[in-house]
Design a protein around this ligand. Structure first.
Ligand SMILES: [Fe+2]
Length: 388
């Protein structure tokens, strides 16, 4: 484990280290069975309460491509995808997430997934015919953190539409980028995901070692999923990538023109964490979608781990814009394998929202700069103040 003292301060104002400086006092045991070789986050199954309204949002507003649909479900993909879908909208009574689904390298990795989770005493269900259309042999589990995870390898290939520029719109979504999960105990979740083969790329901490969030990857980007501290298990957001920043601005313009600007929750902006350009929007059920572009390559084994101070007001938005409270408090329920919502457990560690507002939450924008208009009283009326 890297100690906080082993970190190196960079000229950008965050720390780097070689290993995630996160330690759990309450770890999930490490299984003897090897973890499956996970390639990437592949799709999310979302339960929606009004399929027609949701289809309109994801197809007509966001421009996702319908691979297949029936009365109960719509299977959607992004323009550069060649597997059957990146998102399943399934009609159901309670808006929730039915599966965070990952593709594994080989069919044999499904045997590994079964052994890995069974050793942990988790509920595991394997269906050779798959749980959704377009996907074969699959394993679904209720993981030790309470999330419904799925693993599959066999999948129906469909046409990759990347060259079909006649289909592109100004805000086209080209890839599924990542998931984001809300969990009460971020160090415990991080240690478990490391056992599952994930590598931490960035995190947010304070001087006492409280961890507020951690980002982790299998594919060589900043993340396939992130663990955000809060009442959980819940789903914070699912993110789709665009090619460029202007595509995100086009989505904002379109949502304004359609008079659904109330569904723009946060952004557009530039993240500190991940360095990506971002936008958070809400679907008709309140499921949060991030539009994301231009993070960085992380594929080398010695990729430096970035640690942000929770009091650095540029960590969540590089321009120092405030985070709206709903972004911290609202998230989607997740389902167990019977389709019932998982019980939400309260976070007991400090809340990022609470430690970054109020008199103690005002943040430096330049380390060591104790005076002037960027700190103290003057800051209260400018960005860092009452809005968060
Ligand atoms: Fe994200």
């Amino acid at each position: 484990m890297t100690h906080l003292d082993d970190r190196t301060m960079t000229s950008s104002g965050f720390y780097v280290s070689q290993e995630a400086p996160i330690h759990s006092d309450n770890p999930v045991p490490t299984p003897q069975a090897p973890a499956p070789d996970i390639l990437r986050c592949a799709y999310m199954e979302l339960v929606v309460t009004d399929l027609e309204r949701s289809r309109e949002f994801y197809v007509d507003v966001l421009g996702l491509t319908v691979t297949e649909e029936d009365d109960n479900a719509v299977y959607l993909r992004s323009l550069e995808e060649f597997i059957h879908h990146n998102l399943v909208l399934r009609k159901g009574p309670v808006a929730a997430v039915a599966a965070f689904s990952y593709r594994v390298r080989t069919p044999e990795d499904l045997d590994k997934a079964v052994a890995f989770y069974e050793e942990l005493g988790c509920r595991v269900e394997r269906r050779p015919e798959g749980f959704t259309k377009g996907i074969g042999d699959s394993v679904r589990v209720e993981d030790p953190l309470g999330f419904p995870y799925e693993f599959f390898h066999d999948v129906e290939h469909v046409e990759r539409l990347a060259w079909r520029y006649d289909l592109y719109t100004p805000g086209s979504l080209v890839r599924l980028d990542h998931f984001n999960q809300v969990t009460p105990d971020v160090p415990r979740a991080t240690k478990f995901m490391q056992d599952l083969g994930f590598r931490v790329t960035e995190d947010i901490q304070d001087d006492e070692g409280t961890v507020y969030a951690a980002w982790m990857r299998r594919k060589p980007t900043v993340h396939d999923t992130a663990m955000t501290g809060g009442d959980g298990p819940r789903m914070h957001h699912v993110a789709f990538a665009t090619h460029e920043k202007h595509n995100i601005l086009a989505i904002c313009d379109k949502m304004g023109a359609l008079r659904i600007s109330d569904r723009i929750e946060r952004g557009p902006g530039r993240h500190g964490v991940s360095n990506a350009f971002y936008l958070y929007i809400l679907d008709p059920d309140g499921h949060r979608i991030e539009i994301y572009t231009q993070d960085y390559y992380t594929g080398d084994p010695d990729n430096p781990v970035v640690t942000w101070d929770v009091h650095d007001n540029q960590r969540r938005d590089w321009w120092g814009n405030p985070v709206v409270p709903s972004w911290y408090t609202e998230a989607s329920l997740v389902l167990d394998l019977d389709g019932n919502p998982q019980e939400v457990v309260k976070r007991t560690d400090d809340s990022e929202m609470e430690v970054t507002i109020g008199a103690d939450g005002f943040s430096y924008t330049r380390p060591g700069d104790d005076s002037g208009s960027y700190q103290g009283e003057a800051a209260k009326g400018f960005k860092l103040g009452h809005q968060l």
